[in-house]
Design a protein around this ligand. Structure first.
Ligand SMILES: [Zn+2]
Length: 70
């Protein structure tokens, strides 16, 4: 029986469940050295990094080095 008329046939190219309505919450990490993507779980949706402990701290350290001139 052809796919188009079978009620039990599921479409092949089904998008991952993460794209179901919440695609806007999937962000790429803003750290220039990081290629990770992450999913916003906080209410504020303001965290620009995949991990505050990792990229957040790296970013802060870089800013501090810039400010202190060395
Ligand atoms: Zn990152």
């Amino acid at each position: 029986m052809p796919c188009s008329i079978s009620a039990n046939c599921k479409p092949a190219g089904r998008p991952p469940s993460i794209l179901k309505g919440n695609a806007a919450l999937v962000k790429q990490c803003e750290h220039p050295d990081c290629i990770l993507w992450f999913y916003h779980r906080t209410k504020a949706h303001k965290r620009p990094w995949c991990s505050m402990a990792l990229c957040g701290n790296r970013h802060k350290a870089a800013q501090f080095r810039k400010r202190s001139g060395g």
